[in-house]
Design a protein around this ligand. Structure first.
Ligand code: MG
Length: 159
């Protein structure tokens, strides 16, 4: 049996912040405004995993008002989502994602992001796909004011 999940996240960008995407530090003049480490891709992936198994969303498991998650490493969230998937008898069949960011170009970082996300999830990097898009100058993302990520995951459940 298969379960599918989708996830979405967006963060505002400001100067003087860290830009962490897919567990990789991206050199940039701006970074994510967030309570945790602001990893927009990790958060979208966590929501996709939780959605596939009907376990709510990242905010339910890691409430942003909880001081424990201040500046929290999103690999903790990914590992917990992977643990819950396994507890439901599931394993990741594949994961596909898109990051929408105006600049810098993410293409050079994608191999490291795939490896880091897969390591956090305990799965083969070949099962993890990451694509990068710009917003062609349109809207808040196009103006460099925000970053967005979308993820979809297929979970194979054995019974
Ligand atoms: Mg987030």
């Amino acid at each position: 049996m298969y379960r599918i999940g989708e996830g979405f996240d967006v963060h505002r960008l400001e100067s003087g912040r860290r830009l962490l995407i897919g567990c990789v530090d991206i050199p940039a003049p701006v970074g994510s405004v967030a309570h945790s480490d602001g990893d927009v891709l990790a958060h979208a992936v966590v929501d996709a995993l939780l959605g596939a198994i009907g376990e709510g969303d990242i905010g339910r498991h890691f409430p942003p008002e909880d001081p424990r998650w201040k500046d929290a490493d999103s690999r903790i969230f990914l590992a917990e989502a992977a643990r819950l998937v396994a507890a439901h008898g599931g394993r990741v069949a594949n994961l596909d994602s898109t990051v929408i960011l105006e600049r810098p170009k993410l293409a050079p970082h994608i191999p490291a992001m795939r490896a880091a996300l897969a390591a956090a999830l305990g799965c083969n990097p070949a099962l993890v796909s990451i694509k990068a898009k710009s917003a062609e100058g349109l809207g808040a993302i196009g103006a460099g004011e925000a970053v967005e990520a979308r993820a979809v995951v297929l979970i194979e459940v054995s019974d």
